[in-house]
Design a protein around this ligand. Structure first.
Ligand SMILES: [Zn+2]
Ligand SMILES: [Zn+2]
Length: 284
């Protein structure tokens, strides 16, 4: 299995629009491990479409508890379970992830109990373990290492960038963050930096479409990065490739790939990929 990154859901924010992309989720296959990063709506369908056998779920990471990153965590695990999951899955998430999972199982307790009794399934609550992490090293399993950096995503305080390393290859996810210079050290020399991004000219139209204008604009500007800022982090970190992801706006017909590229080129000239759902980036 070649090492690869698949952008499953590439839009920022929880809204769905006709024909538009899904909220945040990614698949990282590295060193024989199958790793899901974030579980926004659509993650289950997109993993299946990416050729992943849900029975083989292995590691799941949640960067923070905004719904566009966690809404489908329970349904993904439950669907994997009904698909025949028989091996343990560990979910690494910020404080509160255990609470979410416990309440999800409570909400589904009728179905869970009946499938255990009627279909002889193992107890999903024993198959899934939740590991709540903070800043620093999160995983050191053989040659797989994962570390976390708290980023700047107010008012959420537990929001973590993640760095995955295996066999000399490294992939860093920015999570949701305003321009955060410390991320450049954290991402230093990475093969791929997946960074969130906004495009200034799209924000006003998005705010007008969504209603709740002033507050939404305030949140976006305080908590997210412009594409130019993602380029600046990529340059300071000296990464080999920047993948712009969690695009805001992601479904504005007046904005195309060329606009995102032009914005990054103001600050950075290196290898660049603009995410779209299902896009595969090989880890050379
Ligand atoms: Zn988000
Ligand atoms: Zn967020």
């Amino acid at each position: 299995m070649p090492d690869r990154l698949v952008l499953l859901g590439s839009k920022g924010g929880p809204a769905l629009r006709p024909g538009g992309p899904w909220p945040s989720s990614s698949l990282l296959q590295i060193g024989g491990r199958t790793i899901v990063v974030d579980c926004g709506l659509g993650v289950t369908r997109s993993l299946a479409d990416a050729g992943i056998d849900l029975k083989g779920l292995d590691l799941i990471f949640i960067t923070h508890l905004h719904s566009d990153h966690v809404l489908e965590l329970g349904p993904l695990l439950h669907t994997a379970w009904t698909a025949g999951l028989a091996t343990p899955v560990t979910v690494f998430g910020p404080p509160g992830t255990g609470h979410y999972w416990q309440r999800f199982c409570q909400a589904m307790e009728f179905d869970i109990a009946i499938r255990i009794a009627d279909e002889g399934r193992p107890d999903i609550r024993e198959l899934v373990s939740i590991d709540e992490f903070g800043e620093g090293q999160v995983v050191a399993q053989g040659s797989l290492k994962v570390s976390a950096l708290r980023v700047d995503h107010p008012p959420v305080t537990d929001c973590f960038a993640l760095r995955f390393e295996h066999g000399g290859k490294s992939v860093v996810f920015s999570a949701d963050t305003a321009f955060f210079p410390a991320l450049a050290d954290f991402a230093e020399g990475a093969d791929i930096l997946v960074h969130e991004a906004m495009l200034e000219e799209g924000i006003e139209r998005l705010v007008a479409r969504t209603g709740n204008g002033a507050r939404l604009r305030e949140h976006l500007l305080a908590s997210h990065s412009f594409a130019e800022e993602a380029g600046r982090i990529a340059g300071d970190a000296g990464v080999k490739r920047l993948v712009l992801n969690h695009l805001i706006p992601a479904d504005d017909h007046e904005i195309g790939e060329a606009d995102w590229i032009a914005a990054v080129r103001r600050t950075w000239m290196g290898d660049l990929t603009i995410a779209r759902d299902g896009l595969v980036v090989e880890l050379a």
